[in-house]
Structures are given as C-alpha cells and as structure tokens.
Design a protein around this ligand. Structure first.
Ligand code: CP3
Length: 346
C-alpha cells in the first residue's frame, strides 16, 4: 500500500478525514492483561524494551483489540541516556532512576561511541513492526525532546519542579547547553535510524515543556526541537513530525510556528475552540481527551469524545488522548471509545 493511502499519513499531510484516524498514547501498557503477561515474561521493563520479539508483540496487542490507525514503537524515551552511558533503571512503583548528571565530569563520561550498538534491539523492533503491522496502519517512531530527557538525566528521577535541571539551566547555562547539544545530536541520529528501519512518522515527546518561562521555552524547547525537525525534513524528506509540548498553554502557537512540526499533540488543558482557531490552520492537531475520562467511562466518556470530535474533526485532525492511558483504565472503555470514533459521521 502506498504511503498516501494510509489515513493517518493523509491527515498529517493536511487532509480532513471523516471519521478521523485515531491512536492513543501509551496504547500498549499495564491496563492490558496480555501486556502484563508479556512484561512478566520479559523480566524488567527495560528488558522488554530491548527484546525485539516481545517488544513487537506488545506493540501489536492493542492493534488487535482496537484497530488503531497507527502503531507506536514500544520503547521508552530514557533508552537514549542509557545508550549514552548513563545507567537507567525502572524501579517498581517508583519510576525511572538514573545516576544524576550534575557536573562537567559527569557529562564528560557520556559519549556516542556505543550508541547505535546499544540501541540495535530498538532498531530491530522497528524493522520487525514494519513487516508485521497491517498495510493500512502507520508506524510511529519516537523520542523524548532534549529538555524533557535532560530533566530525568539531571534530576536522576521523575520530578515535580526540576530544581536541579533548572538550577543548571540558570546557573551553568554553558554546561546545560552542552548537555542539550549532545541530546540534539544523539536524538537526531536515533530518529534517523528509526526512519531507516521503517518508521513513517516521528513523535517528539516534550512532557515537561510547560515548566519553562517564555524565554527559556524558546531556547530549550523550541530551538532544539526546530533543529531536530529541520534535520528530519532535510535528511529524510516526506517523514512528518508530531510535536507534543505538554503543558505549554498559549506557547503552543509559538511552538507550532517556530519548530515547523507537521502535527501538534494537544494536552487536555488546551481549549478545543482555541486550538481549532489558533493552531489547526497551521498544522494537523492531535488529541486531547482527558485520560481519566477513559477510566470513568459511560456517558461522561461519550460526551467528552463528542466534544473533541465536533470541535476539531472538521479540519486536519487525529483523535488521541491529552496524555498517556493510565493503568486503571478498563480495556472495555477503550473499545467503547474506538467504536464511537469509528462511527462518527461528521
Ligand atoms: O504505547 C506507547 O505509547 C509506546 C511506549 C512508550 C512508553 N513510554 C512505554 C512505557 C512511550 C512513547 C513512552 C514515552 C515516555 N516515557 C515519556 C513521554 C510521554 C509521557 O508519558 O509523558 C516519558 C516521560 C517516559 C518516562 C517514563 N517511562 C516514566 C516516567 C515511566 C514510569 C511511570 C510509569 O508509567 O510507570 C516510564 C515507564 C513506562 N514507559 C511504562 C510503559 C508501558 C510502564 C512500565 C512498566 O510496564 O512497568
């Protein structure tokens, strides 16, 4: 099947598709019993990310149930620091733990020497998926954005306020800039390899974009993302990029206009009518149902889905959540969502 006949890729090229293509962030994950089973078989979460056979399997699981228009590579944004030589672990119930980068000496220990070799299993997963997914399904590759990945690298874990990452940004901008530059290089290399193994779309997750004031947002969110988007567009023309500057509020407009993304993923706080007016004329929009409505289910879920469809479905649009599926989500509520989106008549 040629690229352009995939509904997902047509939407990203600017077409209005009725009903819109849909997928859900974290569509593979702990809310599915078959994921929990494969995850146990793999050992740790990172073992699963680096096992191509099992990573392909968990990517396919939600497609079999719900017929999404896109598959997203099963991996994590933190395989990039892991491949640069910063030890990453996922502790049960605690999230990621890394040996924090706080000084020039810490940063100097990281390098690109073994980068692609370390990530070879991820590339093998992408190649396996390109063969395994249905011919009408698009394959999404992804990375974290440099700022968001840097927060985990500097804090050494998840964080609410990023005291160390912002501390370095404000007090040692030269050191912080070197870390971001390394991430721009590594992330670009990583995404190009994903494309060469069969990824047809790239999504860049900037989960903590909303934590920065405008000037720092321009410097550390927009500029590195623009470099990545320009590199993909020039080195692999025709591969669209979706950006997700979660929490950026009104700065979504600058993000869209200045990064050159083909699509933008909206978090659940973005007002729908505003997005239709301010963002959709510039690029395809994706989103933004609250993931907790998918836990609630019932009429509240139906009403939420309809609001999103009725406001954004009249232009270039991909239906999604405003953030990832959470583990308590009943799988039957995802089935209910899939039916409702597929039956929307515009
Ligand atoms: O289905 C998909 O969306 C693809 C796979 C995917 C995962 N993580 C799998 C995962 C993707 C695209 C990500 C991106 C990711 N990882 C982000 C950006 C998007 C977002 O959610 O904001 C971030 C910030 C991370 C870092 C990360 N990974 C954290 C903080 C955690 C722990 C919190 C948690 O939910 O447990 C993870 C773990 C993780 N990544 C899981 C999955 C399925 C759960 C791990 C498990 O199975 O035990």
């Amino acid at each position: 099947m040629s690229q352009t006949s995939k509904r997902f890729l047509r939407a990203l090229a600017g077409e209005t598709i009725t009903p819109p293509p849909f997928w859900l962030m974290r569509q593979a994950g702990r809310y599915l019993p078959e994921y929990r089973q494969t995850r146990t078989q793999a050992g740790s979460f990172l073992d699963l990310c680096y096992n191509p056979e099992l990573a392909v399997e968990v990517t396919l699981q939600p497609l079999r149930r719900y017929g999404f228009d896109a598959a997203i590579l099963f991996s994590d944004i933190l395989v990039v620091p892991d491949a640069l030589g910063q030890k990453v672990a996922f502790k049960e119930g605690e999230g990621p733990v890394l040996t924090p980068i706080r000084s020039a000496e810490d940063l100097d220990r990281l390098d690109l020497a073994g980068f692609h070799q370390h990530l070879a299993p991820v590339y093998a997963t992408v190649a396996g998926l390109a063969k395994a997914i249905p011919s009408t399904t698009a394959l999404i590759g992804f990375s974290g954005a440099p700022w968001t990945v840097a927060t985990y690298m500097i804090e050494g874990s998840g964080s609410k306020d990023f005291p160390n990452a912002k501390g370095m940004m404000f007090s040692q901008p030269e050191l912080f800039g070197r870390l971001i530059a390394l991430l721009v290089q590594a992330t670009g290399d990583y995404l190009i390899r994903q494309i060469d193994n069969g990824a047809e779309v790239i999504q860049i997750f900037d989960t903590w974009a909303g934590a920065l004031p405008e000037e720092e947002f321009a410097k550390w969110v927009i500029a590195p993302t623009r470099t990545l988007v320009e590199r993909i567009h020039s080195e692999r023309p025709g591969v669209p990029v979706i950006g997700f500057p979660r929490g950026a509020g009104i700065l979504y407009t600058r993000y869209v206009q200045e990064t050159g993304v083909d699509g933008v993923s909206l978090d659940s706080s973005i007002p729908l009518a505003w997005a239709a007016e301010a963002l959709q004329p510039h690029c395809t929009v994706q989103g933004n149902l609250d993931p907790l409505l998918l836990v609630a289910g019932g009429e509240a879920l139906d009403a939420g889905i309809d609001r999103v469809l009725n406001t954004l479905g009249k232009g270039p649009f991909i239906f999604n959540l405003g953030h990832g599926i959470v583990p308590p989500t009943p799988p039957e509520n995802v089935a209910r969502l899939a039916e409702r989106v597929k039956n929307w008549k515009g």
